[in-house]
Design a protein around this ligand. Structure first.
Ligand code: FUL
Length: 483
């Protein structure tokens, strides 16, 4: 008898305390994508002869001597980015004008032919070292389209482009991203030919093999393009994803085409992603701080409030925010950009400095077991989460703040290592002795930031969640906008 009791007790204990983790649902992120999700906010630096020509797309004919910043300061650029809360920098090592900012062996059209550091400079290295010194990750954008190169349009150019990627992948440490643009072919200088060269972008860059170089040399670099492989373009350069956003996506050719490649993709679906899409392929929202990607003295930076709005509409919709930074002709970030970045950074810091739920009582209508308690939702440990039992696909979280608090931002994060599971939720706030629904949404994903239309004053919040499978929610937070 005793043994039977012991066995029963053991089985009950196992069920209560050692519930296995929920099974993953649909496409799930890789380790490199999970690392990217943690970064959330980063910058894209454009600084080439095009800056000195005051253009957005250099034709490829600028004399290398025009690249002559009087006061280039990689640390000033990185520190400005850091003040704005940016966690990483992507440098445009070569833009469409074809000018290489590093001493490449692949083309004469490079920084050693400019007065920069008396022809001995390597701007990619300077940016990499500055980024690492200040704790930012580093990534690279090398434009496939090259309006300077005489070989562009012929087979031999692919070898040049791939050799450039190899140089960049081997000499600048671990890269968090390799950024691949969709602008392909057109008119250019092309070694003096000054003509229009069209390429078939479905085959010309041999993306399958080209990206294999990335995988081999930089296994942690997230490949960004219109069609992933790791991060997809959101489909606009305005800095926002759709209100309902899925990290999953299935790249498909547009109507009348048969191959989905950078420059040709199912763009109408890019802002929202595709629910239950084939691949984990979250969106990146790239948007310049000013109007253009390159510096133009007559343009002004966006306001800190506008940046915060874009942050809510990108990072707050499970995407990344890639903010274009444009050094001026001196080679530094302009004062007004520095100012807007640092005010934005302060707003971010102050707003999210303390979660009003710390110390609150959090209960759930269902819990999977001891390891998955709702208290995990406010723990520091990102590996902890609250989950329901396999058969429970709807649950309510009750948040008792113990005292009346003022808030207008609610943050929700799924435990995305197990996929994007949740497909609807509502938020109610208890005010004047009754519940008021303040929000109804669909997707959550890596992070969902909800800004209430009016500030709530309440001591109780209720969140109802639904999913086609059991729920796995990682974190929740209540905050007050500090702008
Ligand atoms: C675009 C390019 O054509 C722009 O010049 C810029 O580099 C932007 C980030 O990507 O597609």
């Amino acid at each position: 008898m005793k043994i039977i009791h012991f066995v029963l007790f053991f089985l009950v204990s196992v069920k209560a305390f050692a519930q296995p983790a929920p099974k993953p649902y649909g496409a799930i992120p890789s380790q490199r994508q999970l690392a990217w999700h943690n970064i959330e906010l980063y910058g894209l630096v454009h600084f080439t002869p095009t800056t000195f020509e005051n253009k957005e797309w250099g034709y490829g004919d600028a004399d290398p001597k025009t690249f002559n910043p009087t006061n280039f300061d990689a640390e000033q650029i990185v520190k400005s980015a850091k003040a704005g809360g940016l966690k990483a920098i992507i440098l445009v090592a070569k833009h469409h004008d074809g000018f290489a900012l590093w001493p490449t062996k692949t083309t004469e059209y490079n920084i050693t032919k400019s007065p920069f550091r008396n022809g001995k400079g390597d701007l990619v290295k300077e940016m990499e070292l500055a980024a690492r010194k200040h704790g930012l990750k580093f990534g690279i954008y090398c434009s496939p389209w090259d309006r300077n190169n005489t070989s562009y349009g012929t087979d031999s150019y692919l070898k040049i482009y791939q050799a450039q990627l190899r140089e960049l992948y081997t000499n600048y440490g671990e890269l968090f991203m390799s950024w691949h643009d969709g602008a392909n072919g057109g008119d250019g200088y092309y070694g003096g030919a000054k003509e229009k060269r069209s390429i078939d972008n479905t085959t010309y860059y041999d993306w399958k093999n080209t990206w294999q170089i990335t995988r081999n040399l930089q296994p942690m670099a997230n490949i960004f393009s219109d069609v992933g492989l790791d991060v997809r373009w959101v489909g606009n350069e305005d800095g926002f994803a759709a209100d309902t956003s899925w990290a999953t996506f299935t790249p498909m050719p547009p109507d009348g085409k048969n191959v989905a490649v950078p420059g040709q993709a199912n763009y109408p679906q890019s802002p929202a992603g595709i629910k239950n899409g084939k691949f984990w392929m979250p969106a990146e929202c790239d948007v310049p701080l000013r109007k253009g990607w390159f510096f133009h003295a007559n343009e002004k930076p966006k306001s800190p409030e506008k940046l915060f709005e874009l942050y809510l509409k990108s990072v707050g919709r499970g995407a990344g925010l890639d903010l274009g930074l444009a050094p001026n002709t001196a080679g530094i970030i302009n004062d007004d950009d520095v100012n807007t970045l640092s005010v934005f950074g302060e707003i971010l810091n102050k707003t999210f400095a303390s979660n009003l739920l710390i110390g609150a009582k959090i209960t759930a209508s269902n819990t999977r077991g001891n390891k998955y308690m709702p208290t995990n939702l406010i723990s520091e440990n990102s590996q902890n989460y609250w989950a329901t039992t396999d058969d429970v696909h709807q649950a309510t979280l009750s948040l008792d703040l113990k005292k009346e608090s003022t808030f207008d931002i609610i943050s929700l994060q799924e435990f995305i290592a197990l996929g994007q599971r949740i497909d609807s939720f509502t938020i109610d706030v208890y005010e004047q002795e009754k519940w008021r629904q303040v929000y109804a949404g669909a997707s959550i994903g890596a992070k969902r930031l909800i800004k209430l239309s009016q500030v709530a004053k309440s001591n109780k919040v209720r969140i109802k969640i639904k999913a086609p499978v059991c729920i796995a929610l990682s974190k929740i937070g209540l905050y007050k906008y500090a702008g």
